[in-house]
Design a protein. Structure first.
Length: 95
């Protein structure tokens, strides 16, 4: 995934990650996923679908790293995110 880098070479998402707790960063990513799903049909179309996929990918990467760090069972990975996406797919979030 290509991510925005400032003139200092730091990715924006990495700066956000450094400023927030793990759970806050997850919430930020999930909020952005919801935002892009919410508006894709009326504003961004395929671009917004691509952006929500970027945040979902980042969330998965962060969760995989966390699973390895904490030694948790990988089956628990991104359960909350999966539930949000399932609601979106099933039409549980109205735009």
């Amino acid at each position: 995934m290509e991510r925005y880098e400032g003139s200092n070479g730091i990715e924006c998402i990495k700066a956000i990650e450094a400023a927030l707790t793990y759970e806050e960063c997850r919430g930020f990513c999930k909020g952005n996923i919801i935002k892009y799903v919410w508006r894709e049909s009326q504003k961004g179309g395929v671009v917004d679908i691509s952006k929500l996929q970027d945040y979902a990918d980042y969330l998965m990467e962060a969760d995989l790293a966390r699973v390895e760090e904490l030694g948790k069972d990988a089956d628990l990975l991104s359960k909350e995110c999966s539930e949000v996406l399932r609601k979106v797919i099933d039409g549980g979030l109205d735009a």
